[in-house]
Design a binder for this molecule. Sequence first.
Ligand SMILES: Cc1cc2nc3c(=O)[nH]c(=O)nc-3n(C[C@H](O)[C@H](O)[C@H](O)COP(=O)(O)OP(=O)(O)OC[C@H]3O[C@@H](n4cnc5c(N)ncnc54)[C@H](O)[C@@H]3O)c2cc1C
Length: 458
Amino acid sequence: MRLLIFVVVLLNIINYVYGLTLAQLTTQINARGGKVIPQADGPNFNNARFGYNYRYNRIPTVIIQPSDTASVQLVLEYAQTNNLKVSIKSGGHSSISEGVMDNRVTIDLSQMKQISYDNVTRIITTQSGNKWVEFYDYTINQHGVATPGGSCPSVSIGGLTLGGGANDLSTLYGLATDNVVEMEVVLANRTIVTASETENSDLFWALRGGGHGGFGVVTQFKFKAYQVQPVYYSAWITWAWSDFEAVLTYVNQFSQFMPNSVNLYFTAWRSKDAATPSVALSCFYNGNKDDAEQFCGRFRSIPNVVTPPEFQVTNTSYYNTVKGGTDPKARQSYTKGGFLTDITKQTVRRIKTAMESSPLTPYSYNTARLNLYWQGGAMLEKSRGYNAYPHRSYPWNAVWLTSFVGSEFDEMYNKWITKTYRQMNTFSQGVYQNYPDDTLENWADEYYMENYPLLKGG
Ligand SMILES: Cc1cc2nc3c(=O)[nH]c(=O)nc-3n(C[C@H](O)[C@H](O)[C@H](O)COP(=O)(O)OP(=O)(O)OC[C@H]3O[C@@H](n4cnc5c(N)ncnc54)[C@H](O)[C@@H]3O)c2cc1C
């Protein structure tokens, strides 16, 4: 017995002096059901290091997929005792691949997927690694409840929630981050803490909107749950490009007076070498079908529109909507944007000109796009200092996006989006931190605005 105690103490002293080795870490992570993926593990390493944006080809020191919170503590111990930095990845959808960095230890939370629902407290508890399609599969298909989150299947809980998080449910119920009631966080000193309104409330404030900023590894979230309808009405409406100005002008006027039960997503894009760009609107309704037609039906005939639109209505479960959302694979992309302060005649014309000057390629998988997300309704009803997410003044989030396969298109798309962003920048204020842009000089002001000094601890 004395010998055993002696050996354990000795090992701890060696660990303390020399640090945890990768072999020791691997044994402990594996024993807890997780995975260590070293560079030598070629295909698995490559699979795990790439995220949504293949323009970033980063090589971390090692990728670790913990199975539980104690394993996250171990990874931090390994990194700290070996003088290595870490990065945190959940779903890997960051537009600038912030979850994977060169020469750092990647803490990849994608295997941490425990989820449960308490129908008495109406709280959903989930680990960070669930993708939104997995989250809604559990909450909607098994319990008939949901919370606002992401509209695309492969985006994960972690990154989306910590930066805000908006989908069709958000006009009525707010951002994903506004619906978090508690988080479990592993701090840099390896302690596990709870962040909520009553425990570590300053950390709780900062993580909701400022959570990409390195305050800790959030391993678990608790969300408020809302009962969902079995099906929701959604209209997808497309118009002739020649009607673009009349359509966007009307969409903006309509948005000023619509109820929170309506959500809009307006998009213009050019694929391949199409002679003109395309334009479409999604009109989602959280309520009954007749009321939905009363509101979304107005887009069937818009003043000054010459060609009648194509109008497709679906009534389906919210789980199916997310499952069928965009799931881009192995694409390179650029993303830039900002919240429009107004949609005037001049803004509409600038957008039209930008889209008409978008690059032409022979391939249908290459696109240049403007997405106008409505981030109004309940999302604007909190104050700008309610939590670290400050974008509570202007509802239209304009996101310019290029998506392509092949580095030979890089320069062409980069030039177009950079020029477009410069021209549009005067019409916007603030940048949504969930669409980060690593060319922004004043990123702190753009993402966090007046909340940045408090995030810095000032
Ligand atoms: C196809 C697509 C669809 C999208 N749809 C929507 C949408 O409907 N609504 C919306 O609001 N946004 C949407 N986004 C943007 C999305 O919210 C962000 O890309 C989000 O940050 C992705 O989260 P992730 O966990 O998948 O990404 P990751 O790249 O893994 O993480 C993003 C950032 O969060 C940090 N992070 C992740 N997990 C943790 C954690 N547990 N603890 C601490 N830090 C963490 C990472 O370090 C990184 O900085 C979409 C993006 C894409 C590419």
